[in-house]
Write a protein of this length. Structure first.
Length: 141
């Protein structure tokens, strides 16, 4: 009887180990599926961030937002007519100023000018050409 009880206990433990192994296998497969799904989402989001980064190099921030949030980005980029305003600034006396001033002073004046003008441009949702457009809206390069 003791031997039978011992064998029954061994069988019971063996079955329990087998059940737990199957459960662990199912959970492992489910975790692998979740990992693949997560990796795919991360890859898609990384590609979207890279695409937006490339767009930001050439387009106004407002336009990038429209394209990124659009269900049909091609429609947002379709050719169309718009009324636009372009401004070119020529600072009176600037050449004479640069001839008589130190380079650091010239750069300081230009930096201040760009900061002030840039604030006005961004307040009115305008853009600066890519060489002067600021990325973080805290300063103009």
């Amino acid at each position: 009887m003791a031997r039978v009880r011992s064998l029954l206990r061994v069988k019971e433990l063996h079955d329990k180990v087998h059940e737990q192994t199957e459960l662990l296998k199912e959970q492992s497969e489910q975790l692998a599926t979740w990992n693949r799904t997560l990796e795919q989402r991360v890859a898609e989001q990384t590609a979207e961030i890279a695409r937006i980064g490339r767009l930001e190099r050439f387009l106004a921030p407002q336009l990038v937002q429209i394209i990124a949030s659009s269900q049909d980005p091609d429609a947002a980029l379709a050719s169309h007519r718009r009324e636009v305003t372009v401004i070119f600034c020529d600072l009176r006396g600037f050449t004479a100023f640069t001839d008589t001033s130190e380079p650091e002073e010239v750069m300081a004046v230009l930096r201040e000018y760009h900061e002030d003008l840039g604030e006005l441009i961004f307040q009115h949702e305008g853009t600066l050409d890519p060489l002067h457009r600021r990325r973080d809206h805290d300063h103009i390069q």
